[in-house]
Design a protein around this ligand. Structure first.
Ligand code: SF4
Ligand code: SF4
Length: 169
């Protein structure tokens, strides 16, 4: 039986807004793969996850959903955005012409513009790593990498626990 593909899920109540995930993402996408090396690189490494703040004071990590009907992929006029065999929406810098069409159509605002390189960049789920760098780095485990079924089961179990705790059963 084929195993269900894994995705990155956010546990909002566990995020403390430290931005560690952003830093780890940028380093993972640097040439040196080290923090100090990344700081010295000519082409500044970029993050692909963004911690935004919602009222009253709540951090919300936002990252690519690798949409099934991906607007960025459909809109890309040079064929630079494609879906990998694993279902991950990726961008090929060699084919990107820097027109920013994908940036305009992404409903989550998670495609960045590398102005030095004139290339669009986005989450690639760290294909060379066992676990995406942001997930590994998060100190509170607010980011998890698992199948949708596993994630849903945990939500159901938490709900069941709350129901029984509330009813005194
Ligand atoms: S590393 Fe974890 S806790 Fe820190 S901002 Fe990112 S998701 Fe939130
Ligand atoms: S970059 Fe935006 S539009 Fe493209 S797959 Fe990710 S969330 Fe969807």
């Amino acid at each position: 039986m084929m195993s269900e593909p894994k995705e990155i899920f956010v546990k909002l109540d566990q995020c403390m807004g430290c931005h560690t995930c952003e830093l780890a993402c940028a380093v993972a996408h640097s040439e040196s793969k080290t923090l100090y090396g990344a700081l010295l690189e000519r082409s500044v490494p970029q993050k692909r996850i963004y911690v935004e703040w919602a009222p009253p004071n709540r951090p919300v990590p936002i990252l690519c959903r690798h949409c099934e009907e991906a607007p960025c992929l459909h809109a890309c006029i040079s064929g630079a955005i494609f879906r990998s065999a694993e279902g991950v929406v990726r961008s090929d810098p060699d084919r990107c012409i820097g027109c920013w069409t994908c940036v305009m159509v992404c409903p989550y605002g998670v495609i960045g513009r590398h102005l030095q390189e004139q290339k669009a960049y986005k989450c690639d789920r760290c294909p060379d790593l066992k676990m995406p760098a942001c997930v590994t780095a998060c100190p509170t485990k607010a980011l998890v990498y698992r199948s949708a079924a596993t994630h849903a089961k945990e939500i159901r179990q938490t709900a069941a626990f709350k129901i029984t705790a509330g009813s005194g059963a």
